[in-house]
Ligand binder design. Structure first.
Ligand code: GAL
Length: 422
């Protein structure tokens, strides 16, 4: 028990007859926060453990509500059923336009008092704070900035195969051929819809560039969706698919990362939560592994911002504990330690990055430069760009394409256009 609570408790013993004491003791003893998330891999679990620690330091109790499954699809299904049954958690990992959808249901708490006390408007980039607000009020708190368009490469595997790490999709093909001929796996991938779309998203950005990406995946422009550029992106996906091993079906993303870490595969196309796995395995960037933008995407940045929506609470101690949670997430100490483990960069502006590695420093520099050059785009595969229904329909198209060798790129492009119209 912290000293201040001890004092509060003993004051209550002395003044036991005074009203309000019981309540004071209850608040002093802290409340419970139940937090739904899908951070269950090695790097993710290490990151979320830091949040739990900070809450416990504030005297609150952490009730873990982890629902395994990268990308969070299962977690979202579970969340819906909990809310429908009138029993929402304190907070849940929900991102992008999904925040607005939940807020429209009228189930979220207004956390403006915490945001004002913490000067969130001054500490968050405008693109971030606007997503965290519904009708001008904060209903969610952002955690980090992930970059999705990364390629994670094991240089020893490239060396064994006499191949160079690619910067274009043509170079990729040359390198991947050599790696395959050397009897090694070129691309570590897991055949799950969100991973298929994460891969396709980076390919599409590399093939079409940021302004086409913006039109297609953010504005859902029919011409851009059903274009020759989209067809070329699917052709490229078909090419890349040849270099994925036959056991990829339903493999978890972190197991694919482990293949690169262990030297069983040369590269993975995945957001920088993959770096959390390299970090957890004690690997050093620049030596044991290399982080590079996915081919053709240097200078562009697909962002994925994790955030927690806050559900309305009835009980006083739950409201206080929820405020503690929101405060803790924006605390500079948490922003540093969490993001060092998670592979992302702090979302809070003005943070010192001295303890961060080169991949994070590059990410931070490109986050700013890509924004100036209009090459900063939201990741649609990670819920940031379009309403969940459109996203789900696009996932179906990309995964059907991956699983149906006879499906043409032209049909896939038409499918993406239909998915954009829902
Ligand atoms: C993303 C999420 C990341 C990471 C990843 C894999 O959607 O934003 O934080 O956890 O899924 O689970």
């Amino acid at each position: 028990m912290k000293l201040t609570w001890k004092l509060a408790a003993s004051a209550c013993v002395v003044a036991a007859a005074l009203s309000g004491c019981e309540r004071q003791e209850e608040a002093a003893a802290g409340g419970e926060v139940e937090v739904l998330h899908w951070w269950t891999s090695g790097g993710e679990a290490a990151s979320v453990a830091e949040l739990k620690k900070m809450l416990e330091e504030k005297g609150d109790t952490w009730k873990d509500f982890a629902v395994a499954g990268g990308g969070g699809e299962t977690a979202m299904t579970v969340l819906k059923s909990r809310v429908v049954s009138g029993n929402p958690p304190t907070a849940a990992q929900v991102k992008g336009p999904g925040i607005q959808e939940w807020a429209r249901e009228g189930v979220l708490a207004n956390i403006d008092s915490v945001a004002q006390a913490g000067n969130w408007d001054g500490l968050l980039p405008g693109v971030v704070s606007s997503v965290m607000k519904y009708e001008g009020n904060y209903v969610a708190v952002p955690v980090n900035v992930h970059r999705v368009n990364w390629m994670w490469a094991n240089p020893a595997v490239f060396e064994k195969a006499g191949a160079s790490i690619p910067t274009t999709w043509a170079e990729f093909q040359t390198a991947a051929d050599k790696i395959q001929k050397a009897g090694l796996i070129a691309v570590a991938h897991g055949g799950q819809p969100w991973q298929d779309s994460t891969l396709f998203e980076s390919i599409a950005l590399g093939v079409g560039g940021a302004s086409w990406y913006q039109k297609a995946f953010v504005e859902l422009d029919q011409v851009a969706l059903n274009s020759s550029t989209m067809i070329e992106a699917f052709d490229t996906l078909r090419m890349v698919q040849k270099y994925i091993d036959k056991d990829a079906a339903n493999r978890d993303w972190n197991l694919a990362t482990a293949m690169v870490i262990n030297g069983d595969a040369a590269m993975q196309f995945m957001g920088d939560w993959a770096k959390g796995e390299f970090t957890a395995a004690g690997k050093v960037p620049g030596t044991d592994y290399v982080c590079m933008p996915a081919p053709g995407t240097a200078g562009s940045f697909t962002f994925n911002i994790d955030s927690f929506i806050m559900f309305e609470q009835k009980d006083e101690s739950a409201i206080t504990a929820q405020a503690h949670l929101a405060e803790a997430i924006m605390d500079p100490k948490f922003q540093e330690i969490f993001n060092l483990n998670k592979g992302s960069i702090p979302v809070r502006l003005g943070m010192d990055l001295a303890k961060f590695d080169q991949c994070a420093k590059d990410s931070s520099a490109e986050f700013s430069s890509s924004s100036q050059e209009k090459k900063l785009v939201p990741s649609w595969a990670h819920e940031m760009a379009m309403p969940p229904a459109n996203k789900g329909a696009m996932f179906d198209v990309v995964t059907a394409f991956m699983n149906t060798p006879g499906m043409s790129s032209k049909d896939a492009a038409a499918g993406m256009a239909s998915a954009g119209k829902i």
